[in-house]
Design a protein around this ligand. Structure first.
Ligand code: VGL
Ligand code: ZN
Length: 215
């Protein structure tokens, strides 16, 4: 049994958002095509309270990109993003949500960030995604979305650790690239951990490749 996980396809992570990832918006039609190849589709949603400790504005004299200590762990500070019940936290318009079985939210606890869709960064709490997938009999996970070097990466690494055959759909992901090369390093880390790096092409039988992919 295979399942698709769409990671953090939210307004704040695409063009015009608070933590915009270049090329994020253009993924929407591709991801909608890919969804048609799956019977079980889940999404993750970054879901921070306004006072979240990963937001630079909640630390006096700090700026985005600084690293601070948050409850004993190093934490990169980000511009305030994906604040609960705001437009920035909503899924990108046009993304088909009709067949999603569930949405798993993360990052709601002020003192700890949560890049992975499975656990917070300290593995203090599980989101429920892992148990859900096991209950559904899922063996193969296909992961895509935003951002390759943060939430996609840590979701994929945890998926491998939980024993899922894990596939990264690389052309349906985009990276933050705080440093040039972060995307390449993230993909290499996933590969080394046992993630199979694949592309959307391999998910489509040849005759159903969407026209825009052929051109
Ligand atoms: C993410 C930074 C902060 C992500 C979420 O979705 O990759 N990155 N929060
Ligand atoms: Zn976040």
């Amino acid at each position: 049994m295979k399942a698709l996980i769409i990671v953090d396809l939210q307004n704040d992570f695409v063009e015009g958002g608070a933590l915009a990832v270049q090329g994020g918006k253009e993924l929407v039609p591709l991801i909608n095509e890919i969804q048609q190849r799956f019977d079980l589709i889940l999404a993750t949603q970054d879901w921070h309270p306004a006072n979240h400790g990963s937001h630079a504005n909640n630390h006096p004299d700090a700026s985005p990109g600084d690293v601070v200590e948050l409850a004993g762990r190093p934490q990169i500070l980000w511009p305030a993003h994906c604040v609960q019940e705001t437009r920035g936290a909503d899924f990108v318009p046009g993304l088909n949500q009709d067949r999603w079985a569930a949405v798993f939210q993360k990052g709601a606890v002020r003192h700890i960030d949560s890049y992975s869709g499975f656990f917070d960064n300290g593995k203090e709490r599980a989101t429920g995604l892992g148990d859900y997938l096991k209950e559904q009999g899922v063996t193969d996970l296909y992961i895509l979305g935003l951002a390759t070097d943060y939430c996609v990466k840590f979701t994929a690494l945890d998926a491998v650790e939980l024993g899922f055959r894990t596939h990264l759909v690389l052309d349906a992901c985009r990276a933050v690239n705080l440093q040039p090369g972060d995307e390449r390093e993230a993909v290499e880390a996933m590969r080394q951990a046992g993630v199979e790096i694949t592309t959307s092409q391999e998910l489509f039988p040849i005759e159903t490749i969407p026209l825009e992919q052929k051109l």
